[in-house]
Design a protein around this ligand. Structure first.
Ligand SMILES: N[C@@H](CCC(=O)N[C@@H](CS)C(=O)NCC(=O)O)C(=O)O
Length: 213
């Protein structure tokens, strides 16, 4: 059972891994402003995504869900280069996310301007651009869990000011981001589901017809 929220970047990366692995789950779409009691019962911290396995094990971190999915089945070989991948993911989830939140919601953090927050977030993007100039993908010559874990956050960064993003010199990062956003897997992952309520049958994710094999 996956508790998910369509627009959450952590939930997106978990859904990407589940879809790539071709592991069908029952999906409960939640709203962060009105989380269902069942989510709190499954996980006291009640963030999404949360995956409850058949034996009752609860995975309440997106990375745990990705790793679990790829341990079951990894047809795209995303689990290679775990050390380089985990360094990138730590910096995305740490420093980059910190500045991204301030850039996105600059009105809530009036100490600095949105541009100043963007400047701080940009050091991560500059590092990404330099890596993608040398290598095709974040952790080397093939896509890994790092690409999947990072791109939903870079997508948010790009979307804050799309015109600015398009005019930057980050051509390699733009192309890399476009690749993931335009991918069939992402289309599957971004399908809309009605909000789940208790006693409502869950949707199956990925939908059987589009499930990757
Ligand atoms: N470290 C967690 C973070 C998950 C997270 O923070 N998700 C956000 C939504 S994008 C959330 O559920 N926030 C709780 C809330 O807003 O109440 C993970 O990787 O799964």
């Amino acid at each position: 059972m996956l508790y998910s929220f369509r627009r959450c970047p952590y939930a997106m990366r978990a859904r990407m891994a589940l879809a790539a692995a071709g592991i069908p789950v029952r999906l409960r779409e939640v709203l962060l402003k009105g989380k269902p009691p069942a989510l709190f019962e499954a996980s006291a911290k009640a963030t999404v995504p949360v995956l409850v396995l058949g034996d009752g094990t609860v995975l309440e971190e997106s990375l745990e869900i990705m790793e679990w999915a790829l341990e079951q089945n990894d047809p795209l070989h995303w689990a290679v280069n775990p050390i380089a991948s985990s360094d990138w993911i730590a910096s995305c989830d740490g420093e980059f996310k910190y500045w991204l939140d301030r850039y996105k919601y600059a009105d809530r953090y009036p100490e600095h301007t949105a541009e100043q927050y963007r400047d701080s977030a940009e050091s991560f993007i500059q590092r990404l651009e330099s890596t993608l100039t040398t290598f095709a993908w974040v952790a080397g010559s093939q896509p890994t869990i790092a690409d999947i874990a990072l791109f939903p956050f870079v997508r948010q960064f790009a979307a804050v000011d799309a015109a600015w993003w398009q005019a930057t010199s980050y051509a390699k990062t733009r192309r890399w981001l476009d690749h993931w956003v335009d991918s069939d897997l992402f289309t599957v992952v971004m399908q809309k589901y009605p909000r789940w309520h208790a006693n409502m049958p869950e949707a199956i994710f990925p939908p059987p017809s589009t499930e990757e094999s």
